[in-house]
Design a protein around this ligand. Structure first.
Ligand code: 13P
Length: 248
């Protein structure tokens, strides 16, 4: 099973449901649809309408974040996993580098994962090193720390997906070299095994400058279980072309 996840970030208004509709129509008719799962992550403002639309359709909906407290609270502007689940949204992205940059620590992210899982949301947990860390050969130690400090063997591994997104690759057009990427993905899988000790492997996705052209470079890398796509997911054509080119 492969994942194609579109992270819209700060993009989309109510009429953007037309993009979701086109993606869904493609998946519904695609003969290869059993091989993959498509998830779209719109901003909070569209979660309700998109989740309603996606009921009984192949494309699922993800939130882009959730708050560090659950239930209801007096935090202005905050949205909890409980509130997201109430919309019948199925997934939540936790730990995106955008949010880490704005202050989400590994401990805060651990709380978010706990609340998300408690509410039966599936978690797309993002990790990744920045340029400086990569240059200093710290990639593995950074990823290890991000995983160890936020995930725990007590968590339900069946509801966790990990997305490796090197920060230097996000929105830059720069992508890791094949051999480097394979080594990193295998390392992440090794760490996940050491945390969860489960034979059921947690999917590990790649994210960073994936588009309809670069996808061709990734399709032979069997270790990658799917893709988290930013910029190219905001156009139905670009997003669909990524799936088409992956299986071509
Ligand atoms: P781009 O695909 O625009 O590089 O973004 C990747 C990303 O951050 C997805 O979460």
């Amino acid at each position: 099973m492969r994942y194609f996840i579109g992270n819209w970030k700060m993009f989309g208004v109510p009429k953007s449901i037309g993009i979701l509709n086109k993606i869904n129509n493609f998946v519904q008719k695609d003969k290869k649809r059993q091989k993959y799962k498509v998830i779209v992550a719109p901003p909070f403002t569209l979660l309700d309408s998109f989740s309603k639309y996606s009921n009984n359709k192949p494309v699922s909906i993800s939130s882009q974040n959730c708050y560090l407290k659950d239930g209801y609270s007096s935090n202005t502007g905050a949205i909890s996993a409980f509130m997201i689940k109430a919309l019948k949204t199925k997934y939540v992205i936790v730990g995106h580098s955008d949010n880490r940059k704005e202050g989400d620590s590994n401990l805060i992210l651990k709380n978010k994962v706990i609340h998300a899982l408690k509410n039966n949301l599936k978690v797309i947990f993002c990790i990744g090193e920045n340029n400086k860390q990569k240059s200093a050969n710290q990639t593995f130690s950074v990823l290890k720390k991000q995983l160890y400090e936020s995930l725990s063997s007590k968590f339900n591994a069946n509801n966790i997906i990990v997305a490796y997104e090197p920060i230097w690759s996000i929105g830059t057009g720069k992508i890791p070299q094949d051999n480097e990427l394979i080594k990193t993905i295998n390392y992440v899988k090794k760490i996940l095994y050491s945390i969860f000790k489960t034979r059921k492997t947690i999917p590990v996705l790649y994210g960073g400058s994936v588009d309809s052209r670069s996808i061709k470079l990734f399709k032979d890398i069997n270790e990658i279980d799917g893709f988290l796509i930013g910029g190219a997911s905001k156009s139905s054509k670009n997003f669909i072309d990524i799936i088409k080119n992956y299986y071509r």
